[in-house]
Design a protein around this ligand. Structure first.
Ligand code: URA
Length: 435
């Protein structure tokens, strides 16, 4: 069976069998397939689609293409939490400590930010001394002691996905439901866990823009996960507006610490509590969801979740004292954007704010770019809040002055303000729980 035969079969819309998919992915990961043939296959899969069976085998083959991580069992139930990525998304920094405080170990391997969405590792590395590269022994030792580890991937997991993802990015084949589902799930399934809660972001600040597509993706990911014996819950949450007020790295850590210190509420807290409760429900299927939400909320109120976060930071070499010092002494230029009218904030465009934060120096356009941990955007006013003419609505922390004028212009276009009090939209759009 030649690679060309596999491409032609897919091009003609004929379902591929398990052996063909495995053969293709194995050859890709051994770097035996030239990129023009991989690109042709991806385009054929994009246009003709992949059946559920094909998507399942593709995921399986990608898991097999790399290393798998078996976390020696030290807990009867472990959960992974994944976000498909959005603007100001710092939920893992809050949900991790909540669940760890409630006895569900979270040993999470995260990625860096790319494009207008941020990454948990970049945020954590804004804490002076914080180490994200841990050995497997360190992960397990800390996991047993604190129940919480947030670190970088230790092994080459789902290696074929890296090759396919890179080519999808440059061949216009990113937004294919089966290709996205297999890409995400291959990385999740490569790390052993009992449950999986996925925060599937929907809106213009996410890569899935509408609910219909999100439901299709959720259905495909649930199918793959459950066929692998995972308990999967997928929460569709809105990403038309940034999450919380801070978008950047150190300022997102600061905001997470405020949530964990019980000093702020709103969508960020509500979604964190809802996701934590869904993870608990996977472990305790007979419990009441409202009670699990209350439990999650209470570990924040009691200060326990904050303590767990602090223990994790200390165990991974970070210093929160130095973190707060570094915030005070950061020497980046600050621009305040003022409201030109009286009224209420109707909406703040997530994509525009994501791009603004990238331009300010908080994100990477390519993997090789460096970031400034203190750069970012702070939303002084968020949707529903009253503003008077001349109030500061947004603050930009700039890493260099060259983008000053462009940043100001973009920031001014992000807000919609008028005189009516806007309706409050629910942050959670839908929840898909496994059988
Ligand atoms: N995230 C992934 O890991 N893969 C995709 O294809 C899209 C988002």
């Amino acid at each position: 069976m030649r690679i060309l035969d596999i491409i032609e079969k897919k091009r003609d819309g004929i379902e591929l069998d398990k052996d063909e998919i495995y053969r293709f992915i194995e050859s890709v990961s051994k770097e035996r397939v030239p990129s023009y043939q991989i690109a042709a296959f991806l385009m054929a899969a994009y246009i003709k689609g992949l059946s559920r069976r094909e998507t399942y085998y593709l995921t399986d083959a990608m898991v097999a293409s790399g290393e798998t991580i078996v976390m020696d069992k030290f807990s009867d139930f472990t959960v992974d939490k994944h976000s498909t990525g959005g603007v100001g998304d710092k939920i893992s920094l809050i949900v991790g400590p909540i669940l760890a405080s409630l006895g569900i170990p979270i040993l999470k391997m995260s990625g860096r930010g790319l494009g207008f969405t941020g990454g948990t590792l970049d945020k954590l590395e804004s804490i002076p001394g914080f180490r994200t590269q841990l050995s497997k022994e360190e992960i397990l030792r800390q996991g047993k002691k604190i129940q919480l580890v947030l670190c970088a991937q230790t092994a080459k997991i789902a290696s074929a996905d890296k090759i396919l993802y890179h080519l999808r990015d440059v061949t216009g084949t990113i937004d294919s439901i089966p290709l996205i589902a297999s890409s995400i799930m291959s990385k999740k399934l490569a790390i052993e866990n009992d449950g999986l809660v996925i925060d599937l972001k929907v809106g213009n600040g996410a890569f899935i823009h509408d609910k219909e597509q999100a439901l299709l993706l959720a259905d495909t990911m649930s199918y793959i996960g459950e066929k692998h014996g995972r308990k999967v819950t997928i929460v569709l949450s809105s990403m038309n507006e940034p999450l919380g007020r801070a978008i950047g790295n150190s300022i997102e850590i600061e905001e997470s610490l405020q949530v964990l210190s019980n000093k702020t509420d709103g969508d960020l807290l509500d979604l964190s509590v809802a996701l934590a409760a869904e993870a608990l429900l996977l472990k305790y299927p007979d419990a009441s969801l409202d009670e699990l939400k209350l439990k999650s909320r209470n570990v924040i109120r009691s200060g326990q979740a904050l303590e767990t976060f602090i223990s994790m930071v200390q165990s991974q070499g970070g210093s929160l004292e130095q973190f707060y010092e570094s915030l005070k002494h950061n020497c980046i230029e600050t621009i305040e954007i003022l409201s030109s009218e009286d009224g209420y904030v109707q909406s703040i465009d997530a994509l525009t704010i994501g791009k603004l934060s990238l331009l300010a120096g908080a994100g990477r356009e390519t993997k090789e770019d460096s970031i400034n941990h203190h750069a970012g955007v702070y939303l002084n006013k968020i949707s529903g809040e009253k503003v008077n003419k001349g109030d500061t609505i947004l603050t930009i922390y700039l890493s260099n002055t060259k983008n000053r004028d462009l940043c100001t212009k973009i920031a001014e276009s992000a807000y919609r303000i008028n005189t009516k009090i806007p309706d409050k939209n629910n942050i959670i759009i839908d929840i898909i729980r496994g059988k």
